[in-house]
Design a binder for this molecule. Structure first.
Ligand SMILES: [Zn+2]
Ligand SMILES: [Zn+2]
Length: 636
């Protein structure tokens, strides 16, 4: 019959058949490559979205019906939010189904709807044309489309999880969600309930992990196949995970001072040990592979894919479904062979892989050097740059270990930058500590003592003044003076302290410790200068929990490290018992969030307080005195 039709007629018929054939389902990656657009509100670079090679597989997985859980354990700056955006756009435009996007709180949910979702709908016509405008949607953080809706919600209240049915649930910054939402279970469990009725429902989790053994994201990641990104060495082609310890930051000594040459940072191949320049990264990533590292059991053996290096790979397999799965070294079958049901994918990625201008290996090295010796910064570096949890060391401190490390020095070791005294007030005595401070905030505790007597008595204060004024000597003979003394004014004998300090302003300063638990992202420094609103007196405010974090970290250092806290042999067992008398614990507050707090394990801990005040004092001076900076980086 076809020979009777004109060419024109034939072409019309074939067009009709094309329409009738079910549209081949694209995946989220193909969709994003074709239609993805980066809006000015949320991207430094505006325009067409071109995924980095490392983003391709995770984005594709977001639309893979065989996968029920995806966990991105990540640093910041790797583009997770963008991938979530394109997953949402894909749902709206090509694969309609309801999707819930949870943020840690209502404010962040609002921000996401405003800064990410709205521009996405505006700038991607294929998405915008599917949106059905309703009055309700305008008022809520919800957009309806043919076949479902997208809703942005805060993750703190159980009511935000209730009653909605969805096929896909996304969590952003999952470690910042409560462990238990209003006593109804963890956010993941609540999310899974929403997707129960779908055979192909999916939960997607992305987050920077935080504290080791308390990270919900890490726990979920451990349930997945734990994929890491392997890149080939440009010299020997050996595939390996890009790991921070393999970034080599050269060091040199200038006039005896250690100096980091961050600008020469390079990656060292674990196989051929050749150094790899950052400019090779793009080429390496284009050939990179996401490989399973989760251990598995097969042929009577537990097997570690990281050691065996035996993975499924088929260049010709267009579907690519098993790409990256570990193979049993005995039977050559994939680790999935032993598993039933749908899959759980995990991806670990950190800034070292990223292509943002502020994540070059040099920038990472700079951030690392900047964090050295500062436990807060190091914690943040591990979380936000490396995408790793931070392990708190504080619980391991033993007073006996410290007692064994006391040193022989009576005088002040040479090179002191400043000598300070801190004083704790009690009802029947004053306790003091004299400390010399050096480059790198290394400190030598010179002498601790007590002045017995109720501080209402003048002789107690006369004695304190005498100690402040007594000169000290460096080993080389140079005479030193205590630059300033800091006295605790809270709790005991506040009036007496005030009276004394007012008379001796040039030598003494009052301080007040604040032991409140640290809040989320607490950016307050260890010490601050404050003026009393009552009588205009100047007070040093001290964040004691922040200071304790730093001190406990420093007590675990080696003697040659910058920041080490030295003690001479005059410090006794009681002293060390006191400075190790508190332990950091993690407890859940009423809203289900983990908080860090210090608890006393002994009654007396004045020694620890004196160390806390010393650190605060030396930090305050560095803030207040121009050019007085004990940080190491000053030498670079
Ligand atoms: Zn190599
Ligand atoms: Zn096997």
């Amino acid at each position: 019959m076809s020979e009777n039709l004109t060419a024109k007629q034939q072409s019309v018929i074939s067009d009709i058949f094309k329409e009738l054939k079910p549209k081949p389902k694209t995946n989220a990656l193909e969709f994003a490559k074709k239609h993805g657009f980066l809006s000015p509100e949320s991207s430094a670079v505006t325009g067409r979205f071109v995924p980095f090679a490392y983003q391709e597989e995770p984005l594709k997985a977001m639309s893979d019906d065989d996968i029920e859980l995806i966990v991105w354990m990540k640093s910041t700056r790797v583009g997770y939010t963008k991938l979530v955006n394109f997953k949402v756009a894909y749902n709206i435009a090509e694969d309609p189904a309801t999707i819930l996007v949870f943020q840690p709180n209502d404010g962040k949910a609002k921000d996401w709807a405003k800064d990410e979702l709205k521009p996405l709908i505006r700038d991607m016509p294929i998405v915008g044309e599917k949106i059905i405008r309703t009055r309700e949607d305008d008022l809520t953080m919800k957009k309806s489309f043919f076949g479902g809706y997208i809703s942005s919600r805060g993750g703190k209240a159980v009511s935000n999880y209730a009653s909605a049915t969805a096929r896909d649930v996304v969590f952003d910054e999952y470690d910042r969600f409560p462990d238990d939402v209003d006593g109804e279970g963890d956010p993941y469990a609540l999310g899974v309930k929403r997707i129960e009725s779908y055979w192909n429902g999916k939960v997607i989790i992305g987050s920077t992990p935080r504290i080791k053994d308390h990270s919900k994201t890490e726990a979920k990641f451990n349930e997945t196949d734990k994929r890491y990104r392997y890149l080939p060495c440009p010299h020997c082609n050996h595939y390996q995970i890009l790991e921070f310890p393999n970034l080599i930051i050269p060091q040199e000594y200038r006039e005896g001072v250690k100096h980091w040459k961050t600008e020469d940072t390079k990656l060292k191949c674990i196989k051929c040990e050749e150094l790899i320049d950052h400019k090779n990264k793009k080429q390496m990533d284009s050939k990179g592979r996401w490989l399973q590292t989760k251990e598995f059991f097969c042929c009577d053996n537990w097997q570690k894919p990281k050691d065996n290096e035996h993975w499924y790979y088929n260049e010709d397999d267009k579907e690519d479904k098993k790409n990256g799965e570990a193979l049993c070294i005995h039977c050559d079958l994939t680790a999935e062979y032993n598993r039933n049901g749908r899959k759980k994918r995990g991806y670990h990625i950190w800034a070292g892989y990223s292509f943002q201008p502020n994540t070059t290996w040099v920038k990472i090295a700079e951030a690392f050097v900047d964090a050295l010796g500062n436990v807060e910064k190091m914690k943040s570096f591990k979380n936000t740059w490396l995408g790793e949890t931070f392990e708190e060391k504080t619980v391991k401190l033993e007073s006996n270990d410290l007692l064994e490390k006391v040193e022989d020095y009576d005088n002040v070791p040479d090179g002191a930058k400043v000598v300070l005294m801190t004083v704790d007030t009690q009802d029947d005595r004053l306790e003091y500590l004299i400390t010399a401070w050096y480059k790198g905030e290394t400190s030598y505790n010179i002498k601790a003592g007590k002045i017995m007597g109720d501080p209402i008595n003048q002789h107690v204060w006369d004695e304190l003044l005498r100690i402040h004024d007594t000169p000290l000597f460096e080993q080389g003979g140079k005479q030193l003076k205590i630059y300033k003394s800091f006295i605790d004014m809270a709790g005991h004998k506040t009036d007496e302290v005030k009276k004394f300090v007012r008379k001796n302003k040039s030598k003494f300063m009052m301080l007040k410790g604040d032991s409140r638990e640290q809040k989320e992202n607490d950016s307050r420094p260890v010490a601050l200068m404050k003026k009393s609103t009552v009588d205009e007196s100047i007070i040093m405010w001290v964040s004691t929990s922040k200071a304790k974090d730093i001190i406990f970290e420093r007590l675990t250092l080696n003697q040659n490290d910058d920041g080490y806290i030295h003690h001479n042999a005059t410090f006794d067992e009681e002293w060390f018992n006191q400075i190790t008398s508190e332990k950091k614990v993690f407890k859940k507050n009423k809203r289900g969030f983990i908080e860090e707090t210090y608890i006393k394990q002994r009654d007396r801990n004045e020694a620890l307080d004196l160390l806390v005040y010393q650190l605060a004092a030396v930090r305050l001076l560095q803030q207040q005195i121009k050019g007085f900076d004990l940080s190491i980086k000053e030498d670079s």
